[in-house]
Every structure is written in structure tokens, then in C-alpha cells.
Design a protein around this ligand. Structure first.
Ligand code: GRF
Length: 275
């Protein structure tokens, strides 16, 4: 399938080693991915993904989440800052969000306010580069409705995530470990648009891989990661070619892939999983 003529402008968010970012960059260089990474940002200065981006000559930025989250700010000052700097009413936002499971309301709202301040800084950086899509590639922070609402509109989702499990099984941060520890015979990977829930957004693509007797968690993770690298770029190429269609079923947004070579793509992922 030929590449799309227009390249997507991608902002990539990383927290760790950034091998998914590297896989995208390699495919872009080989002209297998119709996209360019216009900026890479992280919540951690030490994220190796930043190093990969610098090596590729891509601008990098850090919003130090730990610094912000551990800062000692009086609750009312925080609420005031968020209202004035981000035009967000934290109490209202708290009613809409489903991701923070802190039962004590003041502590939860305090955390939410700090997250919004971090996201506000992130949004201001990312928007300077006018990205078409925000790709989460091992970004280990919860995104609040503030960030998601900035990029998502009705039927138009612009934040993409890759999750190392066959959703809706095993949402959260430990997809490979959870799949392995449960004793699953097949594991999976999901590429999806991010919505306000935890790994609940409309699914773009899924792939599976077997877990063999005697497998170790590292073997399993490496098997999955090889498929992740293919999937993420394939999904982006589908977007670049205009081959993803949004529709609604049972009141929920869904994605259909309109690629005549779709079955062939699935076969190639399965072959990789069984190789
Ligand atoms: C991947 O397994 C991805 O699915 C998950 O985080 C991991 C990131 O790995 N969201 P890397 O930083 O791309 O190497």
C-alpha cells in the first residue's frame, strides 16, 4: 500500500526508554510511515526517549511532574491558580473525571489541580508545534479531562495510546505483567484513542501473541513489543490515508478500518507473534 502524500505531524509523549518512539523514527527514515515527529515531551528529565529524540534532531521538552505534584501549595492558592491560568474549575472537573481514585475529596482535588497545571504547561509546549495527533508512547501519567478535552472533540479524537494488553482486559500500567501473572495463553496489544476513562477509548486495532510454557515475563514483553512497533506505525498510516472511520454503536464511538489490505495486515502481525 503506498504511503499517504500528506505527513501527519506527531507530538510524542514518553516517560521511559522510548523504543516505540524509536520504531516510529526508524520507519519514518525508511519512508514506511507517513508522519513526522515535530516534538517529544516527557514528564521525566531522565526519560531515555528524550535522548533518542535529540539524536534524531527533534525538539524535546520536559514538564517535571514529580516536582509539581510534590510541591507544597496551599489548596486555595492551587484552585485560584488553576482557575486563572487554565480557566478550569477544579470542583467541576472533579465531578467529570473517573481516573483519580483518592477517596478524600480535598486530597483528590489537590492532586487534580496539580495535574491540570502540569498538563497546561504541556499543552502550551505541544501547541507551539501544531501537532495533528498526540501519541502516547509509554507516557505513564494519568491524563485529565482538561488535557483530553483540549485535543478531543465530538467524533474527533487526537490522542492515541498503545496499551500492552487485549483491552478491556488488564487496563492500567502493567499490561504484560498482568497478562503473564494471570496465566493467559494469549496476550494482546491494543492501539486506541484516549478518552476520559482508564484505557477505555475507541479501539483502533488489536493483535495477539501466544504465551508458551516456560516463558519468562521478559520474553513475553519482548514478543509483544516487536508487534507494538509494527502496529503503532500501521495505525498512523491508516490515519494518514484517511482509512479510519468513526461511527456509533450502542451510543458509543467506534472505529472501523477501511483498508482493503486489512486481513493481510492482521496475518502479518500474527506471523510475527508466532515466529
Ligand atoms: C510499551 O509496552 C507500551 O505499550 C506501554 O509502555 C511501554 C513503553 O515502552 N504503554 P517504550 O518506552 O516505548 O520502550
Amino acid at each position: 500500500m503506498p504511503l499517504a502524500e500528506n505527513k501527519l505531524r506527531l507530538a510524542v509523549l514518553v516517560s521511559g526508554s522510548g523504543t516505540n518512539l524509536q520504531a516510529m523514527l526508524d520507519r519514518m527514515e525508511r519512508r514506511e510511515l507517513a508522519a513526522e515527529v515535530v516534538v517529544v515531551a516527557s514528564d521525566r528529565t531522565e526519560a531515555f526517549g528524550l535522548e533518542r529524540a535529540r539524536h534524531a534532531g527533534i525538539p524535546t521538552h520536559v514538564v517535571d511532574y514529580a516536582d509539581l505534584l510534590h510541591s507544597d501549595q496551599d489548596f486555595n492558592t492551587l484552585l485560584h491558580r488553576v482557575r486563572h491560568e487554565c480557566s478550569v474549575d477544579v470542583v467541576e472537573l472533579d465531578e467529570r473525571q473517573h481516573i483519580l481514585r483518592i477517596s478524600e475529596p480535598i486530597r483528590r482535588r489537590e492532586r487534580l489541580a496539580k495535574l491540570v497545571l502540569a498538563e497546561h504547561a504541556l499543552v502550551q509546549i505541544l501547541d507551539c508545534y501544531q501537532p495533528d495527533y498526540i501519541c502516547l508512547a509509554g507516557f505513564m501519567r494519568l491524563l485529565t479531562p482538561y488535557f483530553l478535552g483540549h485535543y478531543n472533540q465530538e467524533n474527533s479524537y487526537r490522542v492515541i495510546n498503545i496499551h500492552p494488553a487485549l483491552l478491556p482486559a488488564f487496563p492500567g500500567q502493567h499490561g504484560y505483567q498482568d497478562t503473564f501473572a494471570y496465566g493467559c495463553k494469549w496476550g494482546g496489544i491494543t492501539v486506541h484513542f484516549a478518552d476520559e476513562g482508564e484505557d477505555t477509548g475507541p479501539i483502533i486495532a488489536q493483535a495477539v501473541y501466544p504465551l508458551w510454557p516456560g516463558d519468562h515475563i521478559d520474553t513475553v514483553r519482548n514478543r509483544g513489543l516487536r508487534i507494538e512497533y509494527e502496529m503503532y506505525s500501521q495505525c498512523l498510516n491508516w490515519i494518514a490515508r484517511g482509512q479510519l472511520m468513526m461511527y456509533h454503536e450502542a451510543g458509543k464511538p467506534r472505529v472501523a478500518v477501511a483498508d482493503p489490505g486489512y486481513a493481510e495486515v492482521l496475518r502479518s502481525w500474527l506471523a510475527l507473534a508466532l515466529a
